[in-house]
Design a protein around this ligand. Sequence first.
Ligand code: FAD
Length: 346
Amino acid sequence: MSELVQTLVVTDPSGKWSAHSLELVSDAAALARRWNGIAGAWALVAPAALKSDVSELARHGCSRVALLRNDRFAKWSSEAIVAALEANRSPGCRLILLPGTSRGEEVAAMLAEKLETLWIPDALTFAVNRMGSLEITSVNTGGKLSRLFRMADERPVVATMRPGVAEAKADKPAALETREVDVDLSRVAKLTDVEQFFPADPRTLDITFANKIVSGGRGTGGVEGMKLVAKLAETLGASVGASRMVVDLGWVPYERQVGQTGKTVHPDLYVACGISGASHHLAGMRDSSHIVAINPDPKAPIHEVAHLSLNGDLQQLIPEIVSVLEKRLSGEAGSCQPSAISLKPS
Ligand SMILES: Cc1cc2nc3c(=O)[nH]c(=O)nc-3n(C[C@H](O)[C@H](O)[C@H](O)COP(=O)(O)OP(=O)(O)OC[C@H]3O[C@@H](n4cnc5c(N)ncnc54)[C@H](O)[C@@H]3O)c2cc1C
């Protein structure tokens, strides 16, 4: 079967496949199936051996993976990556799907130029019409305009998708063919090296990319309550999120809204403070790895998705949690009030 879609997968700092890579692989596999083909992936391996389990890619629908080895990938040299992807492109590949991050977009633009094809940023959906032509919708950065691209010929097209747009879907692993390639980059000019990565300031970071989020809802009671949420976020090194109610009330700008009409997030830690957990809110955060709910109403739906429920008043609990965390951070011992905490059986 022909490898119609190829994606670039990368690992996060812990060595696991990034959540965004698994989203792209899932979408690529779903499209390839509808097109009677298969999806493949390129993984950049350098300089240490890859710690991630390639079977995780198979569980997300990937059928072939090329492990591309070269030390230059460690410093994200875009020209090196572009050369490696071009050299290891499947002949039948019709869509190259890359991460919609600044680094992914840099590679996308350079690769599209090299292949003399189009780069479609901010892709939203992929479909194959009755004539077998690929159709891609994309949105502009303000989200106000969508465009439909219909590919006229079989030339491969490059598209990027932002994190959180596609859904990572794991299933029984597909049969996976793996090949290791020592990429020869001796003829590729060395133009750029990324020497260092600086972590983004969580206060200004787009919440879609945040690893930890503390969100406030109407139960915060107003701007003063949201300041408590911001204090907890600061102590945890997290970004601030909000329910739509809080945004509609003007306590927090729209860019912080989580949910169906806001942003979809899946951080490692999501703390919901004074949020009831309406389905529209849950739609944007229920896939977070660890969910903590602070809400005195035991019937609030947020407790159904929470891994840890604190059934109490946030005005009292947040200062206590902040105090415990600050003591821990400064090396002093601290303990939580166990009465307010109910742990879900796993
Ligand atoms: C088409 C559509 C799209 C929508 N999109 C979104 C969306 O993207 N995102 C979104 O969030 N909503 C969205 N909504 C709105 C959604 O349905 C809810 O109305 C909203 O999420 C409720 O916000 P909330 O949880 O902050 O407020 P509430 O539902 O009023 O809940 C407040 C919670 O705070 C708790 N509380 C009160 N006092 C305290 C205290 N002192 N300490 C701790 N907890 C306390 C209460 O027990 C309560 O559970 C959408 C609605 C529609 C119709």
